[in-house]
Design a protein around this ligand. Structure first.
Ligand SMILES: NC(=O)c1ccc[n+]([C@@H]2O[C@H](COP(=O)([O-])OP(=O)(O)OC[C@H]3O[C@@H](n4cnc5c(N)ncnc54)[C@H](O)[C@@H]3O)[C@@H](O)[C@H]2O)c1
Length: 441
């Protein structure tokens, strides 16, 4: 930011994946940023210069702009230090599949208790259509008419979140008062992107519709993959061939063991529920969700075909996080896989370069120190997350470590012919018949 450009004191409520990245990136643009979280352990870590989450490049960026970043438990301190306040609290699914807005509404209550005045609240959390109106009414009821409300949904991808902040495909700003939208839009002036201005409900729907569409693309290619297995076609080439069509595009056509993470599963479900609550049955999304659930379990069938029964078999899971570059385990396929394998009485051993807390996430799963330790004595390995370290395994040497050289590649990340050449029975997802020694077609 040049010295002529004004800086705006920014507050962020919620120092998780979205709030922390947003806050640190705005600090890097020259603004003073105060991040408030309710978790004392997180705030302590942040004050010690350590991000409580793993996100590529975040720790370094925090250190570089430490002078413009304040972390606090106090909402009052944050409000006094800021004019524009981003809400980035979690909105997890409820048992019914709707989005749980209790944390968002708690923030509104807290603002009334502490006394906000003239601030602009910017919703970064993913919230169902209609939440803006609900929050506006709640603010007004609590005497906070002077507080503005803007919707600014977040599209970052974990693992490349900082890059996404700097080069977003678009920024969406929904507002009912133009001046409030203008002030938030001005924060993005240094970012080279299209800023789309719209109403609050439309902004809210853009976020849900985008995630639902991407999830649909994944479930679609996964079903194509399943058919490919029946007819001996290779889905990776099918996706490449489809991707040349600019109306389709190549992205999100990677067949695998289904989508996970903190966003797609909950947002698809919340949109389905939102439609249902409004009297519309969203048939397509119902199938997208069902296909995804079945896809996570297909690996079990593949293992059974190669190993016979799974009881007492040692199965190595390589990668646990829902995708590379993050430690996020929310809705990770590894959770379903490990659970199903343990239900089959398999011994499960797992390795991930970042996720180490197996007690918290995967009780009963043995943690390996290295990928090789996980493979030693294993009857089969499953590639769950395509971490570079997993792809970089010396498979030729690894073969000798395993009791039976069976690899199920849940991400189609390895070269099928090379794996067969190295002596493995190798099977991906939708890549035609299994290859290699002892392959069962
Ligand atoms: N993670 C992603 O990739 C991603 C991408 C786009 C949008 N989103 C959306 O952004 C929102 C946040 O997601 P996240 O992944 O950052 O969640 P997260 O769980 O990592 O972080 C949320 C943080 O909010 C804190 N918090 C809860 N209530 C609070 C309060 N009253 N005051 C201050 N802090 C409070 C929690 O302690 C936690 O640290 C969600 O709605 C999510 O759907 C997430």
């Amino acid at each position: 930011m040049s010295s002529q450009e004004a800086t705006t004191p920014i507050g962020v409520i919620g120092g998780g994946y979205v709030g922390l990245v947003t806050g640190v990136c705005f600090a890097a643009l020259g603004h003073d940023v105060t991040i408030r979280d309710i978790d004392p352990a997180k705030v302590d870590m942040l004050n010690a210069g350590r991000p409580p989450i793993y996100e590529h490049g975040l720790r370094e960026l925090m250190a570089e702009h430490t002078g413009r970043l304040t972390y606090t438990l106090s909402l009052g301190d944050m409000l006094r230090a800021s004019e524009i306040v981003f809400i980035a609290v979690d909105t997890p699914p409820t048992h019914s599949g709707d989005a749980d807005l209790s944390r968002v509404m708690r923030v509104v209550d807290e603002l009334a208790e502490v006394g906000a005045d003239g601030h602009i609240l910017v919703m970064k959390s993913t919230v169902p259509v209609g939440t803006g109106a609900k929050v506006r009414a709640a603010l007004d009821e609590r005497g906070l008419e002077s507080v503005g409300y803007v919707s600014n949904p977040e599209f970052l991808k974990e693992g490349v979140a900082i890059e996404d902040f700097r080069h977003p495909d678009r920024v969406v700003i929904g507002s009912s008062v133009d001046e409030h939208g203008d002030r938030v839009a001005a924060l993005y002036d240094p970012v080279d992107t299209t800023v789309l201005r719209t109403t609050v409900p439309t902004a809210e729907m853009i976020k849900y519709a985008s995630n639902a569409f991407l999830a649909t693309k994944i479930s679609f290619i996964n079903e194509i993959a399943n058919v490919c297995e029946e007819v001996d076609a290779d889905v990776t080439m099918v996706a490449e061939g489809m991707g040349f069509d600019r109306r389709i595009g190549r992205q999100f056509l990677n067949a695998g063991i289904g989508f996970g993470g903190s966003c797609f599963p909950k947002d698809v479900s919340a949109l389905k529920q939102l439609a249902g609550n409004s009297g519309y049955h969203f048939q397509l999304l119902t199938s997208v969700i069902e296909v995804n659930e079945l896809q996570k379990r297909r690996v079990i069938g593949k293992l059974k075909r190669h190993l016979g029964g799974l009881a007492g078999k040692r199965i190595a899971l390589l990668g646990l996080a829902f995708k590379p570059g993050t430690d996020d385990m929310r809705e990770a396929a590894s959770l379903v896989l490990a659970g199903r394998l343990m239900a089959e009485a398999s011994d499960v051993v797992a390795w991930d370069p970042v996720v180490r807390d197996l007690e918290g996430h995967l009780r009963g799963v043995e943690a390996a120190e290295t990928p090789e330790d996980a493979l030693r004595g294993a009857d089969a390995a499953v590639i769950v997350t395509e971490w570079p370290e997993v792809l970089g395994i010396d498979w030729g040497a690894a073969r000798g470590l395993m009791r039976t050289p069976v690899v199920i590649d849940g991400r189609n990340a390895l070269d099928a012919a090379e794996m067969a050449g190295a002596g493995f029975t190798y099977e991906g997802i939708g890549r035609g018949a299994p290859l290699g020694v002892g392959a069962v077609a």
